[in-house]
Design a protein around this ligand. Structure first.
Ligand code: ATP
Ligand code: MG
Length: 388
């Protein structure tokens, strides 16, 4: 049996000149996402996207469509020829699937095709009467219906549906430029990556690890997180930066209480270089305000000065429990709580400065050959391409 889905997208329509580009990107993203799922015909007509599932699991296709950014909602639709009789017959067949005695309903008609001889009110009335006559116990309620039969009368066909399955909304990945995500193995940064994808950003990811102090397992964890993000964002390049030398140098040559600040300044410098190389226009982190020592306003101020790139922090206004709930929803949470050590927890001071002073930080950095450290890290960076 063939199932046809009508795809609705919201904000794309608002974007004026970019509209065609946005629509094309969404179409490509849908094609990629469904490629291995079921044989489908995917096409666009009259400002709508359609996915026709010719065989296989249409429910799985629906679920996948509901998790593609840019899609606001989808509906499985029936198609009828442009005659009132055909529309009535198809409407009855569709509505019979949801009808039960006592259900309050209405028919809602949109007539895009003005050639059709009846106006939308007339179509709704005639189809409604047909349903009342053929299904027992229905009650018309145009104000608070429990079920709505939607009819769209378009150029060549009429589309009929009763269901609207919500999508994720947002913008299609690929319409908003590229960002470099600083991805730790923690709970927050994968969620930040997800929210950046939601606004159409293409992601590359960057992870600092410190072998042999961090394990192979810790690396696998980050790869798994990246794979989960690839579910929403398509292919992601993951840069694994060898950070051991930096951490050793910091421990040897700088004051312990500034360690976190100095380490994060080095992370941002390295991230900027990689971003430049890969054409990313912003850095993205999982920071939220006030969570830990390095996430006070004072710390962020001192840390961010080393880069001219915008640092996007999609979680800035979220509480930990909100972040955790979203991590659960996108299924990164169980990966994030695997117990392997992250490089940031190595050699951590007991009392990191929560209000580092720029002058002191810059003074401390004089003991380091920053350029050599950055270059050394970049040289040892390994790139993996992560796909689903
Ligand atoms: P997360 O849960 O994302 O690790 P966090 O609350 O533990 O965040 P921090 O450890 O201070 O906070 O890290 C703040 C942000 O810095 C992270 O969200 C991430 O973007 C980046 N970051 C931290 N450690 C790493 C790392 N090893 N590799 C890449 N980015 C990192
Ligand atoms: Mg962390």
């Amino acid at each position: 049996m063939t199932t046809l889905f009508l795809i609705r997208y919201g904000e794309i329509a608002l974007k004026g000149k970019n509209r065609a580009f946005f629509e094309k990107t969404l179409l490509q993203n849908i094609k990629k996402a469904l490629r291995d799922l079921a044989p489908c015909r995917i096409y666009r007509t009259h400002g709508r996207h359609f996915v026709e599932v010719t065989e296989g699991d249409a429910t799985a296709v629906a679920k996948r469509l509901q998790e593609i950014f840019g899609i606001v909602s989808i509906s499985p639709v029936a198609v009828a020829d442009l005659s009132l009789e055909a529309i009535k017959a198809a409407a009855l067949e569709e509505f019979a699937k949801v009808a039960r005695p006592g259900i309050r309903f209405k028919v809602n008609t949109k007539r895009a095709n003005k050639q059709f001889p009846l106006n939308s009110m007339e179509v709704s009335a005639k189809v409604g009467a047909h349903l009342l006559k053929n299904l027992s116990g229905l009650v018309v309620d145009v104000h608070e219906p429990e079920a709505v039969l939607d009819l769209e009368i378009r150029e060549e066909k009429a589309f009929i549906y009763t269901e609207r399955l919500p999508g994720l909304g947002g913008l299609p990945v690929g319409v908003a430029g590229k960002g470099m995500l600083l991805l730790s193995g923690g709970i927050d940064s994968p969620v930040a990556g997800y929210l950046a994808l939601k606004r159409g950003v293409t992601l590359e990811a960057l992870h600092f690890h410190s072998p042999p102090f961090t394990s192979e397992r810790a690396k696998e964890k980050v790869i798994d997180l990246c794979r989960r993000l690839a579910y929403y964002g398509g292919k992601i390049n993951l840069h694994l930066v060898h950070f051991t030398e930096v951490q050793k140098e910091l421990r040897l040559k700088t004051p312990e209480r500034l360690m976190v600040t100095l380490m994060r300044r080095l992370m941002f410098r390295i991230a900027q270089r990689l971003a430049e190389k890969r054409g990313a226009l912003a850095l993205i982190t999982g920071e939220s305000l006030g969570q830990v020592a390095s996430q006070t306003m004072e710390s962020m101020n001192v840390i961010e000065r080393v880069t001219y790139l915008p640092v996007l922090r999609p979680l800035i206004g979220m509480d930990k429990h909100e972040i955790m709930a979203l991590a659960q929803k996108i299924e990164t949470y169980p990966i994030s709580i695997r117990p392997y050590e992250d490089c940031c927890t190595l050699f951590l001071p007991d009392f990191p400065a929560t209000r580092p002073r720029l002058q002191q930080v810059e003074e401390a950095e004089k003991a380091l050959d920053i350029e050599a450290l950055v270059a050394g890290c970049l040289e040892k960076t390994e790139v993996l391409t992560i796909e689903l």
